[in-house]
Design a protein around this ligand. Structure first.
Ligand code: PLP
Length: 406
């Protein structure tokens, strides 16, 4: 190698992540009318980040904790309480010792470690199926651990495209992995009904497919954690399927930057779970040695205390009701303006997001002319709306929808 050539000469420039770039542009925008509907972070009625009262109290309760390393698999009471929360304390998968778990770097880290473990378990010839559209990071998380990723059509304008979903399940090779959004599908906001989940589960069981639940919005979708965990509990408890669950406390406790999550696998029996957990420990050790403590201590303080748990349930209701209230207001404003389009979908869809169905040109125009920021797909984070900006947003959408194409 000559002294002038670079070791990195073959490293191509990778464009930055679109949603984080959008937030950067929003922050830099000096216009006072600006509205950020890009990033999926909850905002209070004034448009500010919200520290949940339950989290505020938990931080106070743990203020004297030390800063020693956690065990490799994470904070033991955190792992126990979170698995009990997700699967139910009384569930047979818990009593049978069939859940292997490790703390992870929020939902993304949980998906990544799940991918690494599944690569070990199934080999690299398996395919990971994701919905189209899906969260923008799914493809690269699973490609980065060596899987090939395929998409199946998930939703039309009026809801889930069950036909294409069932077709993908029927045609996939056995042991293919299906990434399923446990609740609040990102970006479409369309979730299967309990009946549809049962149909999906039956085919997965019959065809030996592997369900990997991405559970980033439990509790925030309906305001009721149990209701949002329906599919996970049905697959694990009633259908007795082996599966993975990737849990995040970014949205459901507002611990975004603390990177607090859990990767859990349900396996056939306790011995297998033990082996899986030992493998998870090795993966974590080689990647991050041991996970961050603060967020796990906050979650533990909440889940271990009845009073704080009740407060957290109220906090979930506060967030989910404000979001559904804003869905209704946006829909009402657009309907009152007689804006062309079917806006009822805004109230029919669930969770933080809604896809408005605007063209990329219209999305661009909203940003450039009206300082309203959203993903190019016209996915909006409803949590970015409030009493002070919802009419403005509706009026601007009206303007771009009604203006003639140039
Ligand atoms: C569907 C979905 N999965 C996972 C995540 C991961 O979030 P985090 O890593 O912040 O927990 C997100 C975040 O937006 C998401 O929307």
């Amino acid at each position: 190698m000559s002294s002038k050539s670079s070791v990195f000469a073959t490293v191509a420039y990778t464009p930055p992540d679109a949603i984080f770039e959008l937030t950067k542009a929003y922050i830099a925008d000096p216009d006072t009318r600006k509205v950020n509907l890009g990033q999926g972070t909850y905002r209070d009625g004034e448009g500010n980040p919200w520290v949940l009262p339950a989290v505020e109290a938990a931080k106070d309760a743990i203020k004297n904790c030390n800063h020693e390393y956690l065990p490799i698999l994470g904070h033991p009471p955190f792992r126990q309480l979170v698995t009990e929360l997700v699967f139910r304390k009384e569930s047979t998968v818990i009593s049978g010792g069939r859940v292997a778990s490790c703390q992870a770097l929020s939902g993304t880290g949980a998906l990544h470690v799940a991918g690494m473990l599944l690569r070990r378990a199934l080999g690299q010839d398996r395919t990971v199926y994701i919905t189209n559209p899906s969260w923008s990071n799914h493809r690269q998380v699973f490609e980065s651990v060596g899987f090939s990723v395929r998409e199946f059509h998930y939703a039309s304008r009026d809801g889930i495209d069950m036909e294409s979903l069932l077709q993908a399940l029927t045609e996939a090779d056995p042991s293919s992995i299906f990434v399923l959004h446990a609740s609040a599908h990102n970006p479409t906001g369309w979730d299967p009904s309990p009946e549809q989940w049962r149909q999906i589960a039956a085919i997965m069981k019959e065809r030996s497919l592997f369900p990997l639940f991405d559970a980033a919005y439990l509790g925030l979708t309906s305001g009721d954690y149990e209701q949002d965990a329906y599919a996970i509990r049905y697959f694990a408890g009633e259908l007795d399927l082996e599966m993975g669950v990737c849990i995040s406390f970014a949205k459901s406790m507002g611990l975004y930057g603390e990177r607090t999550g859990l990767c859990a696998f349900v396996s056939r029996n306790h011995n297998i779970a033990n082996n899986v957990e030992s493998s998870l420990a090795q993966l974590v050790r080689s990647e991050i040695s041991n996970p961050p403590a603060f967020g796990a201590r906050v979650v533990t303080a909440i889940l271990a205390n009845d009073g704080l748990s009740s407060q957290w349930r109220r906090d979930l209701t506060t967030m989910s009701s404000r979001i559904s209230g804003m869905r209704k207001q946006l829909c009402d404003e657009l309907t009152a303006l007689d804006t062309p389009g079917d806006w009822r979908k805004i109230i029919q869809q669930k969770g933080m997001f809604c896809v408005l169905g605007l063209t990329p040109e219209q999305v661009h125009y909203l940003k450039e002319k009206y300082h309203i920021y959203m993903a190019e797909s016209s996915r909006v984070s409803i949590a970015g709306l409030n009493e002070g900006n919802v009419r403005y947003v509706a009026e601007c959408i009206h303007q771009v929808v009604c203006q003639p194409e140039e």
